[in-house]
Design a protein around this ligand. Sequence first.
Ligand SMILES: C=C(O[C@@H]1C=C(C(=O)O)C=C[C@H]1O)C(=O)O
Length: 97
Amino acid sequence: MKECKTLQEVREEIDKIDDELVELIAKRNRYIHQAASFKNSIEEVKDEDRIDAVKQRVRAKAIELDVSPNMISELFTKMIDEMVESEIAQFRDTTNF
Ligand SMILES: C=C(O[C@@H]1C=C(C(=O)O)C=C[C@H]1O)C(=O)O
């Protein structure tokens, strides 16, 4: 990690990380859309067991990296909710439900 000399430099690094985060979220979203093509029902599109497992896994990762697990949980809850909604919309479009 870079040792910054000015606030401006810190903010430039933060901006780069924010761009990477958005790119990774967009990439995750594209995989979510691929997942829809392997599913046969709305229950499968919103797989609660898998959602719980994903949230548990990222909470454990947050603890390992000394980041607030509650913040990570909230971010993932929001992100997964939105992505599942768009996966459902895509599933309905492609299966004419
Ligand atoms: C991508 C999937 O579809 C949904 C989206 C998930 C996610 O955002 O991680 C997890 C479970 C599913 O309800 C999947 O089933 O793996």
